[in-house]
Design a protein around this ligand. Structure first.
Ligand SMILES: [Cu+2]
Length: 239
């Protein structure tokens, strides 16, 4: 009998714990953004689960598994990228013009310099945090990279849906990041999620953009952007 129990116990320890998806949907309210108001575009919200009492603070991504933030039509794509800490991000330039990528934010300060069409630059994001990314020659270009110390995260699609894959049973703290929500709004949304082997109902999160004001950013020298060629042409024509 003891022998049988020992085998059973060994097998139980060796079997991987059930891990399933956590599904959810986001709805943005009180927004002044036309994409949200007219087209109900709820994309770009990052949701992640921090294991409570777990080894999340030691988690790092695979340094051989890179992510991509492309530069195309003077736009960073995707606009919001979530990655595990330690992940390299490539910035390929698909435009016929030079681009740059930099951040002066404390999440990670970096500057890849100017680089020509068809080339790419890579940055490894080691520290957990929110990194706002800009191009030093095109003031309209911006993006966000959310660097996480957990493998359990997702970014919402335009319908607001998201799926966090392979979440083992346990207790987690839910965190949310949205570019146009105030920090206190996001902090107030943190709550505990219990994942059981039986699965979960769909999480429904409503995020208010109340209080958000778009402020222009500065270039990598901490100065205002000089007028672009488009703006100069416009001001010449309008005289
Ligand atoms: Cu650019």
């Amino acid at each position: 009998m003891t022998w049988l129990l020992r085998i059973y116990f060994s097998l139980y320890c060796l079997l991987p714990a059930f891990a399933g998806p956590v599904n959810g949907s986001i709805r943005l309210i009180n927004s002044k953004d036309p994409e949200v108001r007219k087209h109900q575009n709820f994309s770009g919200v990052v949701v992640w689960l921090e294991p409570m009492g777990g080894p999340a603070d030691r988690f790092s991504g695979d340094k051989n598994q890179s992510s991509v933030m492309a530069q195309k039509m003077k736009t960073f794509s995707p606009h919001v990228l979530a990655i595990p800490a330690g992940t390299p991000v490539e910035f390929p330039n698909f435009d016929p013009i030079f681009h740059n990528a930099f951040s002066s934010y404390s999440g990670q300060v970096f500057d890849v310099g100017l680089y020509p069409p068809g080339k790419s630059r890579t940055v490894v994001f080691k520290r957990e945090g929110v990194v706002r990314v800009f191009c030093n020659i095109h003031s309209s270009m911006s993006a966000v990279i959310v660097v996480l110390k957990t493998p359990y995260y997702a970014v919402s699609d335009p319908s607001g849906s998201f799926t966090i894959r392979d979440v083992p049973p346990g207790e987690y703290l839910i965190h949310v990041y949205h570019e146009r929500a105030l920090p206190q709004t996001l902090k107030a949304m943190e709550c505990v999620l219990r994942v059981t082997a039986e699965g979960l109902p769909v999480m429904q999160l409503v995020i208010s953009e109340t209080g958000y004001v778009l402020t222009p950013h500065q270039n990598k020298f901490g100065q205002e952007y000089p007028p672009s060629e488009d703006q100069l042409l416009y001001s010449r024509d309008s005289k």
